[in-house]
Design a protein. Sequence first.
Length: 359
Amino acid sequence: MKIDYFIKPGWKNFLVMLVIWYAGVIMYSLIGLSNYSIVDNLIFYSRYSWPNFILCYAIIVWLFPKYLLGKKYALLLLLNVSLIALYILVRYKNNLLQDPDFYSYYIDTPNDSSLHQNTLLEIISMETMKGLQFTCIAYAYRFAFDWVIIDRKKRNLENEKLKAELSLLRHQINPHFLFNIINDIYYLALIKSEKTAEAMLKLSELLRYILFEKEEWAPLEKEINYLKEYIYLHKIRFPDYAVEFELINADLIHNQEIPPMLLSTFVENSFKHGATGTDKNPTKIMIDVSLGALHYRVTNPINRNILRDKSSGIGILNLEKRLNLLLPNKYKLSYSNNDEHFDAKLEIQLRYDKSNSGR
């Protein structure tokens, strides 16, 4: 049910608030605050207490949003006092209509009992206290729902901000990588290599995954295939032994999910800033999959001659930001440099994909 039904004007909203009102009457009876039965209480409050409900309804749907939220405090005070005065008059007339002796009471003496009538001042005082009591209830009710609305809007804004930040971090494609790949494919085309068409296909699949994978979680199998295509495109320029790729427990990659484009950062960092691997000292990429977890490690030789630009390390920083947003306290990220190799490690929790569990 929409939260507007509890605070906005309209016949549906009126009925919802009426149900809440009678639910309060029933609760009042059940917890023992009344000596009468639920049915007797419902009849009594239907006859005598409807002005209380009307007062609360007027404050919730009219005074509060228009004058309190509108910051018209002087007018709010004037209208609230006028509303309570009208409430006192209506309550007084209705109570006498239901029971002419409503404001009468007996005083017992040793000899007899005598009927006494409340004075006008006593009646006004009693009904004013009632009016103030239900005025406070109405404002508390509306403040509570407004707090819920504000909190919900705040969380929605935070979610939108989170999605925007994640999208930005995820789609920061390294132009250096794209420039090199396009140049490599151009070279393959010049020499009329048979690998040209396959390289173009791999690049299109890679870009399609980057641009159209909108969900926060993607199948682990798809993410690993994306990583393989990424590695394949890089290896166009280098011999096969320059990169070693190992996937442990490949049969467990099905029915598990991972945030998309999470694994490419380590590889991109090693290709851009590391030295070209050799047959004795290759770049090593290892993925070890278990049920509900993934261990990922990339080790590459260091290129001492490479000049660090301003973008150095940005990829890993972005990765850490994404992990903090998506998987707080559910990952371990570490990296080390021993002057010979750069070693990056990531351990994360995977999500079980129920939609494909029957596959």
